[in-house]
Design a binder for this molecule. Structure first.
Ligand code: 13P
Ligand code: SF4
Length: 356
């Protein structure tokens, strides 16, 4: 088990150390003309409070592209900071407060294995295969996709990106999340017989039959949600609405009322009438925040206890403070820099998505 798979801890309301809080506020004030802090919805409460902009992966990548501030501190995980670096201007610098804060799913697709699968599929088929990568992937995988005429998607725009890819080619090769790929393909009316998970590489006839090839990756947080969790909540609360993240297993999505990105989850709950009851299948920090934000609604985790993303939780007020102190001192210890040769193709794939 890797360090980031130990993602299950009991949720504890997070304490705010007043000394650290004062220092962060003071540095934010001192750097305000040249600093922006971006925060993903899964961040700890005592970190997200400092974010100038909160969002899902799509919103934050758009903001990273628009931001003119010299220093961009990304409270999120590694691939998010890489995207910000790829999309930011030459004179901007992107920082990740903890360089160990990776994403287990992104680590499941490495360039060498992806190149080998591509070689196999394209050598045995004349069909046009469009590579699509979920944004939860390394810059190297985004570069591969950009180089081969493909595109990036997020959990917000995956259905639209599938339409684009299906129009452009005959088949899709999707990385790294088999569940987001499967849930999206099924929602587009593609049958299970036409979807092939790449646990092994298919032969010529397997390639011919498939319209969508899915890399065999998954999220080490969302994998814990089960269809039984949905059934148990529906039995206890007959009027409950269930919303889950698109990274959940297909059987969980099938039993739920809605699936989508973190923004989909937030928007649905915020727009629902007072007194609504919601079961939410996503990372625990976001679920608890929604509970506090909407005391007139009942919001609960699909499973109790909930599940936390261990790498998102690596960003702490202490690590944020350290980065701000480094910026103030003119140091770059936590800077994220994508190599130029990877950057240009990865940018092509990201810009294709952002301009759609
Ligand atoms: P969103 O783009 O929906 O915020 O998801 C990011 C993520 O890492 C979910 O696990
Ligand atoms: Fe990666 Fe899952 Fe954590 Fe999202 S929740 S950053 S997909 S491990």
């Amino acid at each position: 088990m890797t360090y980031y798979e130990k993602g299950v801890e009991k949720y504890q309301p997070e304490q705010q150390d007043p000394v650290t809080a004062r220092k962060i506020e003071a540095l934010k004030g001192a750097l305000k003309d040249e600093l922006v802090i971006l925060g993903h919805h899964y961040q700890r409460d005592n970190v997200i409070r400092y974010a100038d902009i909160r969002g899902d992966s799509l919103i934050l990548s758009r903001k990273a592209a628009e931001m003119k501030k010299k220093h961009v501190v990304f409270c999120g995980v590694y691939f998010m900071a890489e995207c910000a670096d790829i999309l930011s201007a030459e004179d901007q610098k992107v920082y990740l407060p903890d360089l160990q804060a990776g994403c287990s799913m992104a680590d499941m697709a490495d360039r060498e294995a992806v190149e080998a699968a591509w070689e196999h599929l394209t050598s045995l088929s004349d069909a046009t295969i469009i590579p699509v990568t979920y944004i939860n992937s390394s810059a190297d995988i985004k570069a591969f996709v950009g180089k081969h005429g493909g595109i990036v998607c997020t959990s917000s725009n995956a259905p639209k990106i599938f339409d684009w890819a299906m129009e452009k080619g005959d088949k899709i090769l999707f990385f790294p999340d088999r569940y987001l790929g499967l849930n999206t393909a099924l929602s587009k009316g593609i049958s299970r017989e036409e979807i092939r998970i790449l646990d092994t590489l298919p032969d010529r006839s397997g390639i011919k039959k498939a319209r969508v090839f899915l890399w065999n990756g998954y999220c080490s947080v969302h994998k814990y949600f089960e269809a039984e969790h949905v059934h148990a909540l529906r039995e206890r609360f007959p009027d409950i609405r269930i919303v889950v993240h698109g990274e959940c297993k297909d059987e969980v999505v099938r039993e739920s009322d809605h699936f989508g990105s973190t923004s989909t989850i937030i928007d649905l709950i915020s727009a629902s009438p007072k007194g609504s009851t919601w079961g939410v299948g996503t990372e625990e920090h976001l679920v608890r925040r929604l509970q506090r934000q909407y005391p007139d609604k009942t919001v609960m985790s699909l499973s109790e206890p909930g599940f936390q993303c261990a790498t998102m939780s690596m960003i702490t007020p202490g690590s944020l403070l350290q980065v701000l102190e480094e910026i103030r001192a003119g140091r770059n210890d936590h800077r994220i820099r994508v190599q130029n040769e990877i950057k240009s193709y990865a940018k092509t794939a990201l810009i294709r998505m952002l301009t759609l």
